[in-house]
Design a protein around this ligand. Structure first.
Ligand code: FAD
Length: 561
């Protein structure tokens, strides 16, 4: 017998589900709220799991953000763990639940139902993928299994299949446990969510720390190789030995419940929702990894399996379910803002990549974007321990709208991407970056912060003060390549066929430059060559500046061979 209270039932008790439940309770004391979670824990920190394996987080309890008791006592929310929701009966507004421990199957009625079932780690049907010693990392029981295997099999060599966020975080944590790690990635670079030339910096960093990279070849089979050993065969014929394999091959939305009950599923395979996170059934909401949402930059649907969107969507769904503030509560969309730490290097990105623009997925943007690279210090160069950040900014050539940004470095990387991400969310332009008023004191930044510098360079391009060329444009034999660095720098290495005229002697050597050919000018990072470019343009030469300079060119050539 149920009370007369309205009933909100929630499927999935972690990021989106727990967030919705707690927000709903804070806004309304009357609704009866129940969370059904098929796993043994609710509200656990899945993002912290790699760090538990790396023994950075030593106490497993620290991964538990909230317990069922806390939900009951503080929020008057009932949590049923070990409870698998098997079916939705939309006509009677009921769900069917299986108690995993007792096998008991029962139904519960709802006034509102929220689905936050998350995503499933990909485990493709590769030969041998179910052999002992091969793991995914998505839950606390998964991490327990990994830790137990490490102990019982005395693991020293690990193959991480997949070089995305989870693969890199696992690599960092396994290295912290002194293991020999090989990353196997079927694409030609790690971190598929950034562009290859930016990933080149991560490749160099990983290789300098002894992480082996097997790029550009998918796994063909997993085979047993001696006691507790495995051999991973690649499509290119190579094989990698390992005592343990971590699969980090991506995720797919869990949509079985939604699709079997006839809710609309989008083209990308996620549950379709509106801005209030409402599905095609007005009494059912869905959030998190399982849903398709609008990408703010491309205007198209996207699947972005990240904790931030799941949490924010959970809050919006709660307000929508309670019928509150419908005019102010709308999910704005995603832009894929993300960060990953990898053994002292940080890589962060927001918006869309050049790769994606060139794949033609974002009509109208493909032919109208420009990009710039820069390598500013994370704080004033004269203050000790300044570290370089390499930034790539992608923007519309026509109106300066920012389309995406990526950055790698040791310090201050995520701060810059966070700032740019907010400008993107507000539909802002490179001129907004140019004018952004940001914190400055020598130990934190510079009077011209890296974000301002990115805006200034891009604004110069749009205003016509600067033409940029890029690392991939430098091998054209018809172009005159001008290196304006000092002689000793030039002699240490330069772009093939480049002519060296140091910046300080440029004005007195103009007769050495052709007036009938384009001149591509470069220096080490792009600043001196910008000065040179400005001189040459005003003297009537056709010229452009190699964005990101020789540093970018050299890094890419060395690593993306
Ligand atoms: P989840 O938080 O995964 O919750 C879904 C829950 O639903 C699961 O517990 C599942 O058991 C339960 N469930 C599913 N179906 C049913 C059913 N039928 N009945 C009952 N229960 C069900 N994101 C970041 O932004 N930054 C990070 O650093 C980061 N690191 C990560 C590291 C790892 C190892 C992992 C696995 C993920 C990481 N993520 C990170 C991604 C982030 O955790 C997810 O995007 C987020 O948790 C998604 O929230 P969700 O509510 O959609 O799903």
């Amino acid at each position: 017998m149920h009370s007369n209270r309205k009933r909100l039932l929630i499927v999935g008790g972690v990021a989106g589900g727990a967030s919705c439940a707690a927000r709903a309770r804070r806004l309304d004391e009357e609704w009866e709220i129940t969370i059904f979670e098929r796993g043994p824990f609710v509200s656990f920190a899945n993002c912290g799991l790699p760090y538990y394996i790396g023994e950075v987080i030593v106490d497993e309890d620290d991964l538990l953000v909230a317990s069922p008791e806390l939900f009951r006592d503080r929020f008057d929310i009932e949590v049923r763990t070990g409870s698998n929701v098997r079916q939705i009966y939309r006509d009677t507004k009921e769900i069917e639940v299986e108690d995993i421990h007792t096998g008991n199957v029962y139904r519960e009625g709802y006034d509102a139902l929220l689905l936050s079932p998350g995503s499933e780690p990909l485990r493709p049907g590769i030969e041998g993928i179910d052999l002992p010693g091969i793991f995914t990392v998505g839950t606390i029981p998964d991490t327990r299994a990994v830790v137990d295997w490490i102990k019982s099999s005395r693991v020293s060599r690990v193959a991480v299949v997949g070089g995305g966020f989870i693969g890199l975080e696992m690599t960092e944590n396994l290295k912290k446990r002194d293991m020999v790690v090989t990353i196997i990635e079927m694409q030609h670079h790690v971190m598929p969510v950034i562009d290859p030339e930016m990933a080149a910096f991560i490749h160099g960093h990983l290789q300098s720390l002894g992480v082996e990279l097997c790029l550009g070849s998918p796994v063909k089979a997993f085979r047993e190789a001696g006691k507790d050993g495995l051999s991973i065969l690649l499509e290119n014929g190579n094989s990698v030995p390992a005592d343990m394999v971590i699969l980090a091959m991506g995720v797919r939305p869990r949509i079985e419940l939604a699709s079997s009950s006839g809710l609309s599923i989008g083209k990308l395979g996620g549950i379709q929702v509106n801005g209030q996170m409402q599905t095609s059934d007005s009494t059912i909401w869905a959030v998190g990894d399982a849903v398709e949402v609008d990408n703010i930059v491309s205007g198209k649907k996207d699947l972005i399996p990240l904790a931030g969107p799941a949490n924010r969507q959970g809050r919006i769904a709660a307000e929508s379910i309670l019928g509150l503030n419908s005019d102010k509560c709308r999910f704005r969309g995603v832009q894929g803002t993300a960060v990953c730490g990898i053994l002292g290097m940080t890589v962060a990105s927001t918006g869309i990549t050049e790769k994606r623009l060139n794949q033609g997925g974002d009509d109208g943007l493909r032919d109208s974007y420009e990009k710039i690279y820069l390598h500013p210090d994370h704080h004033a160069a004269y203050y000790p321990d300044a570290k370089t950040i390499t930034i790539k900014l992608i923007f519309s050539k026509t109106d300066g709208r920012i389309l995406g940004a990526q950055a790698v470095g040791q310090e201050g990387v995520e701060k810059r991407i966070d700032v740019i991400s907010m400008v993107i969310q507000n539909g802002g332009t490179v001129f907004d970056l140019e004018e952004a008023e940001l914190c400055y004191a020598p130990q934190y930044g510079s009077a011209k912060d890296p974000v301002n510098l990115a805006g200034m360079i891009a604004a110069n391009v749009i205003k016509g003060y600067l033409n940029v060329s890029h690392w991939e444009d430098m091998d054209d034999p018809n172009i005159f390549i001008l290196d304006v660095r000092d002689k000793d720098e030039f002699e240490e290495g330069h772009v093939p066929h480049a002519v060296n005229i140091p910046l300080n002697t440029l004005r007195s050597n103009l007769e050495r430059l052709p007036r009938d050919r384009e001149i591509r000018t470069y220096c080490y990072v792009g600043q001196r060559s910008y000065f040179a470019t400005r001189i040459l343009i005003q003297k009537g030469f056709r010229t452009s500046n190699l964005s990101g300079g020789f540093l970018m060119y050299q890094a890419v050539k060395k690593i993306l061979k």
